[in-house]
Design a binder for this molecule. Structure first.
Ligand code: HEC
Length: 98
């Protein structure tokens, strides 16, 4: 019983909120990153990428893979993104990924 509860619980791991630790890590690759910026990037990701499937967690892929995954959504899945949306989504996913 306890085991199945734990399993159900871990299946609902939610999308992380950016913290100052994430900002410090992200700034090494992208010096202009701020907490406000990542928080607004996260909103854009939730709004834009949740229409067809559950949101993928940033930690599912290494940071460097995210731009090609976003590219695949645009070319293969015909997801329409403005340049700004794309930049925000990539910034969020890459900042939060390991
Ligand atoms: C129009 C529908 C649609 C939208 C909107 C969409 N996706 Fe997808 N996405 C798919 C489909 C369909 C698949 C499954 C394709 C497959 O089997 O790899 C998928 C798979 C993925 C995968 C898994 C790829 C893999 O290789 O395992 C990732 C990551 C992903 N999407 C990210 C995103 C991101 C980021 C966004 C927002 C920019 C997004 N998706 C928006 C349709 C969509």
């Amino acid at each position: 019983m306890a085991g199945s509860f734990a399993l159900g619980f871990s299946a609902c791991v939610s999308l992380p909120q950016p913290t100052p630790v994430d900002v410090a890590r992200a700034q090494k690759a992208t010096p202009g990153v701020t907490l406000e910026g990542l928080t607004s990037d996260r909103r854009t990701y939730v709004k834009t990428c949740s229409g067809c499937h559950a949101l993928h967690l940033p930690a599912e892929f290494p940071s460097q893979r995210w731009p090609s995954l976003v590219q695949e959504m645009v070319t293969v899945q015909k997801v329409k993104l403005t340049g700004e949306q794309r930049q925000q989504i990539e910034e969020f996913l890459m900042a939060m990924a390991p």
